[in-house]
Design a protein around this ligand. Structure first.
Ligand code: NOJ
Length: 539
């Protein structure tokens, strides 16, 4: 009898442990463990979902003065001591100018469908304008595109990822000058002519917010100009008009024969109200979203700048004694010309912050930060990457995607960047990055199949470690490791690249039991075996 009861007990234990294995699984059980919000979803993305990896020209190519390439603002900026950590620069970077075939191989090995890279404007038009065409530069991109197409990988090409030809700064102050709108249009047309027979996805600008804010307000990126809530708005105005111009040129002159899509990539954090019961915090969140994302998305997807920006900047400008707002105005004609000029919503997202109302600031001297009047800060214990601004907050991407769906009328969203940095150490076992990717992609999955956000693509930043702008090589974002001390710049697969390839192969996350519950099950079986063997002592 006792023997039987031990066996029954053992069986009961197995069953109970199996049932309890249905408990939710969390990637960050210590920090994000709300069953409603954080439970992992084992499911797949819709058929046809696109998996992609990304880089950009200045960050990987090197060959900074090879074969007739012109100088760009990042060559100038990084060659000036003190601008970049360790005075690093992109002179050689990953040497992709010579090693693009290896890059294509990395993509093939992971079986991703798309590769997002950018064209270096000064490599193909050294002084930035038609007439200065550099055949060797055009050949480089033709070779890369041909190899990608041959490997069955679709190119997603960004026209501008921050490396402006220096000549355009010398002649009219770059993005500060209105002339840029026509020059960008001409450059875009040149790219459609040369590559548009094979490139079907174009991204006009990468992260106009960073171009304007870090380049012309904080001064930490090329061209290193500081401002007081003034130049950043002028530059953004010209960026938005340039984007619209490039879209119209494609739409009017190339779409009917090339049949591609063209859009913009905007970056945004998610701004979570510190206390959802406080109206002031809810307002601060909404305001911050409009000041970061709405600044560009509102003119392009809805028409004109967000009201909250127009009102606040006009009021604070008046308070300064200015006759007109620091935020330039679009004419009615421009509003129409700019509206509806993105065939998809390209989104770069990395992190979230908590926000509340900043009530006690001095409006002078003016700045974009004072214009929005929001405090931003991380939550307690949020896991941080090597980059000081990057906290892993997976549920933030889901909230952001739902916000975009509701705000901009359910556009098709391409996540064009998402990723995690680690320190400059030689370690292929990057568990922190794996946790980040698994949890963020899982939240994109929930947004897609639970919230019905129309997400069509996901992109890992980055295919490989590269030049991280003002941080030089001190922060590594790659899913492949690059040895920058070796002239050959060898690339090696990190564990995160293997994990990403598994997610791509499964088109999501295989239904089944989680690692933790499998462990619990194993333990239960082990205990049963012990009990079974001990039964004779019981008898
Ligand atoms: C966004 C930028 O597009 C990319 O160039 C950069 O390396 C990553 N963020 C990481 O900071």
């Amino acid at each position: 009898m006792a023997k039987l009861s031990v066996i029954v007990l053992a069986l009961l234990f197995v069953v109970v442990s199996r049932v309890s294995s249905e408990e939710p699984y969390f990637v960050y059980p210590e920090i994000y463990n709300d069953p409603e919000r954080d439970a992992f979803l084992f499911d797949k993305f819709p058929d046809g979902f696109k998996w992609c990896a990304a880089t950009s020209s200045y960050q990987i190519e090197g060959g900074w003065n090879a074969d007739g390439k012109g100088v760009n603002i990042w060559d100038t900026f990084s060659h000036e001591p003190g601008n970049v950590q360790n005075d690093d620069n992109g002179d050689v970077a990953c040497d992709s100018y010579n090693k693009w075939k290896e890059d294509v191989k990395l993509l093939e090995d992971m079986k991703v469908m798309n590769y997002r890279f950018s064209i270096s404007w000064a490599r193909i038009l050294p002084d930035g304008t038609r007439g200065s065409e550099n055949e060797a530069g055009v050949d480089y991109y033709n070779n890369l595109i041909n190899d990608l197409v041959a490997a069955g990988i679709e190119p997603y090409v960004t026209l501008y990822h921050w490396d402006l030809p220096q000549a355009l700064v010398d002649s009219y102050d770059g993005w500060m000058g209105e002339e840029i709108v026509d020059d960008f249009g001409d450059y875009a047309r040149f790219c459609y002519e040369k590559f548009g027979d094979r490139v079907k996805y174009w991204i006009t600008l990468n992260e106009p917010y960073i171009i304007a804010q870090l380049g012309y307000e904080y001064g930490s990126h090329a061209p290193g100009v500081s401002g007081n809530g003034d130049k950043t708005y002028i530059v953004s105005h010209n960026l938005i008009k340039s984007h619209a111009k490039a879209w119209h040129i494609y739409n009017d002159e190339f779409r009917s024969t090339q049949n591609g899509l063209i859009g913009i990539t905007l970056n945004s954090d998610w701004f979570e109200p510190e206390n959802r019961d406080e109206q002031a915090d809810l307002d601060a969140s909404e305001r911050m979203m409009q000041f970061m994302l709405g600044w560009y998305a509102h003119p392009i997807f809805l028409g004109d700048y967000p009201e909250v920006m127009k009102n606040r900047i006009a009021n604070l400008s008046a308070h300064q004694g200015l006759n007109e707002s620091r935020l330039p105005e679009f004419t009615a004609e421009e509003i129409e010309y700019i509206k509806d000029t993105s065939d998809f919503f390209g989104l770069n997202h990395y992190t979230s912050l908590l926000v509340n109302d900043n009530v006690d600031h001095e409006p002078d001297p003016p700045s974009w930060d004072k214009d929005h009047g929001v405090n931003r800060f991380p939550g307690e214990n949020w896991p941080r990457a090597e980059s000081e601004w990057l906290y892993s907050v997976p549920w933030g991407i889901r909230r952001l995607l739902v916000w975009i769906k509701e705000e901009y009328g359910d556009p098709s969203v391409y996540v064009t960047e998402n990723g995690f940095s680690t320190a400059d150490i030689d370690d292929l076992n990057d568990q922190g990055r794996i946790d980040y990717y698994r949890s963020y992609i899982n939240e994109v999955l929930k947004a897609t199949i639970v919230d019905n956000v129309n997400v069509q693509a996901y992109t890992a930043w980055s295919l490989m470690d590269n030049f991280e702008w003002a941080e030089g090589y001190t922060e590594r974002f790659g899913i492949h490791y690059v040895d920058f001390n070796d002239d050959e710049r060898p690339r090696s697969q990190k564990e995160s690249a293997k994990e990403y390839a598994r997610i791509v192969a499964n088109n999501g996350f295989e239904k089944g039991v989680s690692a933790a519950s499998t462990q619990r099950f194993g333990l239960a079986v082990f205990i049963c075996c012990v009990l079974f063997h001990l039964r004779r002592f019981v008898n």
